[in-house]
Design a protein around this ligand. Structure first.
Ligand code: SF4
Length: 422
C-alpha cells in the first residue's frame, strides 16, 4: 500500500504527526521544485532533517514531479486542463514508468507516502501517479487529515491497457451536466504554482464521464480483466470473518472489467446467501423495476457489476439483518473498483455505500442524501434499500418516485441495454 499526502501549510509537527498516525516510514517527495516560499518547513534544506529526527526517511523523486508540457498530438485530451494533460503525456514515457516501478519496489519493504504541496489529492498530479500505481496492483490511500485515509479510485475516464494508462477524450453528447463539471476543472497542481476552483473530488472524477448514448463501444483491450478475475477468485474464497458469520462465508458479487454500471448494496440476505445470486429476492425485483432493467440485462456481467459493501450474509440482529462486515470493504472493495475502469454510473443503495462513496458530501441522513441526489448525478444515484420494509419511507417521500426514479430510469436507458424479459 502507498499513501499520498499534501503538506499544505501545516506546521511540521502536525505533518509528522499525520505520518506517524498513518505509520508512514518514507516520504517520497514528488514536487519538481522541493521548495515552498510560504512554508519553508517543507524546503529541501529543512524537511529531510525534520523527518529524519522523527525516524522517517525522505526521498526526492523529481522523475515523478509535475511541470510537464502537453504534446500537440496528446492522446490525453480527456483532461481539459493543460497541466494534467501535460502530466498524462509524460506518463507515457519510460522515465515515468521507471520511477513508478521504483515506488512499487520501495513500497514492498516500507510504507511510503507520495508527498506534494496541494492538500486535496484530486487537485494534485499525485492522483495520476496513484492511478499508475493502482493499475500495477498497488493499493493507494490518500491521507486526508487527522481522521484518516481515503482509498484512491482510478480516474473515471482513464483507459487501461495492461499497465498503460491514457486519458482519452470523452465523446460528450447530451450529458451537458457532465461536460459542465468537466469544464470546471480549472485548477492546476500547486506544483505548477496555479490555482483552482473548488469542486469535490468525486465531482472532478465524474466530470469527464461521457454520455452513455454517444460513447464509442469499440472493444477496449483491458488485460486488467485477468487481474480482476484473479482478484474475484481470491475474494470469493475469503474467510476472514468466518467466526462472525452464522451461515459461514459465501461472498456474493459479480463484476467484469467492461461493466459500465455498478450496483453497490449492503450485504446479502439469507435468500441471496442460499442462491449465490445477488438481489435474487423481492428487493431485487423492486430494484430492477426502479432501473428499468429486466433480469437478463441486470445480470449481464459485461454491463452491470454488483458488489455489496459486505460480500457475505452477516447474520441477524434485533432490528433485522446486521450491517455489512466492516472487514470486507477495506479488504476488497477498492481493489475491485480499481479494476473496473469503465464504470459510469454507480447506484449507492443504503447508508453504508453512500458513506463509502460520497464521504463528506453525504448529508446527515439517508433521506437527505437521497433527496439531494441531483448533486451526485449523473455519476452516483444514492438510493434507499428497496426492501418492502421501507414502504412507509416511500410513502413519506413521494418525490422519490416522482423525481428520482424517472431520472434514474432515463439515465440507465441511455446505456442502450434494455430488453425483454427472457
Ligand atoms: S464478509 Fe467479506 S471479509 Fe468477511 S469473509 Fe466474507 S468476503 Fe471475507
Amino acid at each position: 500500500m502507498v499513501c499520498t499526502i499534501g503538506h499544505s501549510n501545516r506546521p511540521i509537527e502536525d505533518f509528522i504527526g499525520l505520518l506517524w498516525t498513518n505509520e508512514v516510514a518514507k516520504v517520497i517527495d514528488v514536487r519538481t521544485i522541493p521548495r515552498s516560499r510560504h512554508n519553508p518547513q517543507f524546503n529541501l534544506d529543512s524537511l529531510p532533517a525534520s523527518l529524519a529526527a522523527a525516524g522517517i526517511d525522505y526521498l526526492h523523486m523529481p522523475g515523478l514531479g509535475g511541470l510537464r508540457h502537453a504534446q500537440v498530438a496528446s492522446p490525453n485530451t480527456g483532461w481539459h486542463n493543460a497541466s494534467f494533460r501535460g502530466y498524462a503525456d509524460y506518463m507515457q514515457s519510460a522515465g515515468f514508468a521507471q520511477n513508478v516501478d521504483q515506488v512499487v519496489e520501495l513500497a514492498q519493504s516500507q510504507r511510503c507516502a507520495l508527498m506534494c504541496a496541494e492538500a486535496v489529492p484530486w487537485r494534485c498530479h499525485r492522483s495520476m501517479i496513484a492511478d499508475a500505481l493502482l493499475v500495477r496492483g498497488v493499493r493507494v490511500e490518500d491521507i486526508i487529515g487527522p481522521h484518516g485515509r481515503k482509498p484512491h479510485v482510478l480516474t473515471s475516464f482513464a483507459k487501461v491497457e495492461g499497465l498503460h494508462l491514457t486519458y482519452p477524450p470523452p465523446a460528450f453528447g447530451s450529458d451537458a451536466d457532465a461536460r459542465d463539471r468537466h469544464d470546471r476543472q480549472q485548477w492546476r497542481c500547486p506544483n505548477r504554482g496555479a490555482r483552482q476552483t473548488g469542486i469535490d473530488p468525486t465531482e472532478a472524477r465524474a466530470g469527464p464521464h461521457m454520455s452513455a448514448a454517444t460513447r464509442p463501444r469499440e472493444p477496449i483491450v483491458i488485460t486488467a480483466s485477468q487481474d480482476l478475475e484473479a482478484l474475484l477468485t481470491k475474494a470469493r474464497s475469503c474467510r476472514v470473518c468466518e467466526a462472525h458469520l452464522p451461515l459461514g462465508p459465501r461472498p456474493v458479487l459479480r463484476a467484469s472489467a467492461s461493466a459500465r454500471i455498478l450496483v453497490v448494496g449492503q450485504a446479502p440476505g439469507v435468500r441471496v446467501h442460499a442462491s449465490g445470486i445477488p438481489w435474487d429476492d423481492p428487493s431485487g425485483d423492486r430494484l430492477r423495476a426502479w432501473t428499468g432493467l429486466d433480469k437478463l440485462r441486470f445480470y449481464d456481467e459485461a454491463e452491470v457489476a454488483i458488489i455489496p459493501m459486505g460480500f457475505c450474509y452477516p447474520g441477524r440482529g434485533r432490528g433485522g439483518d446486521l450491517p455489512p462486515r466492516r472487514e470486507c470493504a477495506p479488504l476488497w472493495l477498492d481493489q475491485l473498483l480499481a479494476r473496473l475502469p469503465q464504470i459510469e454510473l454507480t447506484l449507492l443503495i443504503g447508508l453504508h455505500a453512500q458513506r463509502h462513496f460520497l464521504g463528506r458530501r453525504r448529508r446527515g441522513s439517508l433521506t437527505e442524501t437521497v433527496r439531494t441526489w441531483r448533486e451526485f448525478a449523473p455519476v452516483y444515484f444514492p438510493l434507499p434499500h428497496p426492501s418492502a420494509r421501507n414502504t412507509p419511507w416511500f410513502q413519506r417521500n413521494p418525490w422519490f418516485e416522482q423525481d428520482l426514479l424517472p431520472a434514474l430510469s432515463q439515465r440507465i436507458a441511455a446505456f442502450g441495454m434494455r430488453g425483454e424479459s427472457p
